[in-house]
Ligand binder design. Structure first.
Ligand SMILES: [Zn+2]
Length: 134
């Protein structure tokens, strides 16, 4: 089975896995996914940056029913979605490995299997626990 990612433009690199955001030279705002202009000051002096791979849970929820398409999965199980504070920017993503989280606990970026398509395993970015909250 080959591993593919859901959208390569989301990633700065896959090994190590790092998200591709953009940073504004005028106001310093960081955004994810990367954009060609700044949503804060409308400046166009923006550059792609690799976002930090570790952050803290800013908020989260667990979904107990299967979402409608375009959500895809091989077999549904309750899953968590969270906002993760990476420092320069807060990113929304899957929280994998369990369905109970604590605001402020450390998490790290990973690639996670999302669904199977033919002989390909489609992966997307997610965050897993990086240890106990400090
Ligand atoms: Zn800006």
């Amino acid at each position: 089975m080959t591993v593919q990612v859901v959208d390569e433009t989301l990633f700065h690199s896959l090994d190590p896995v790092l998200l591709r955001g953009s940073a504004c030279a005028s106001c310093g705002a960081h955004v994810f996914p990367a954009m060609g202009s700044c949503p804060m000051c409308t400046g166009t002096d923006v550059a792609d940056v690799a976002l930090p791979a570790e952050g803290r849970v800013w908020s989260w929820t667990t979904q107990h029913f299967e979402p409608k398409p375009p959500f895809r999965t091989d077999s549904f199980a309750p899953f968590s979605i969270g906002y993760v504070d990476l420092g320069p920017v807060i990113v929304e993503g899957w929280l994998v490995g369990r369905t109970q989280w604590t605001i402020g606990e450390p998490v790290r970026l990973v690639l996670a299997h999302a669904w199977t398509e033919g002989d390909a395993s489609i992966h997307t970015f997610a965050f897993e626990s990086a240890g106990a909250a400090r």
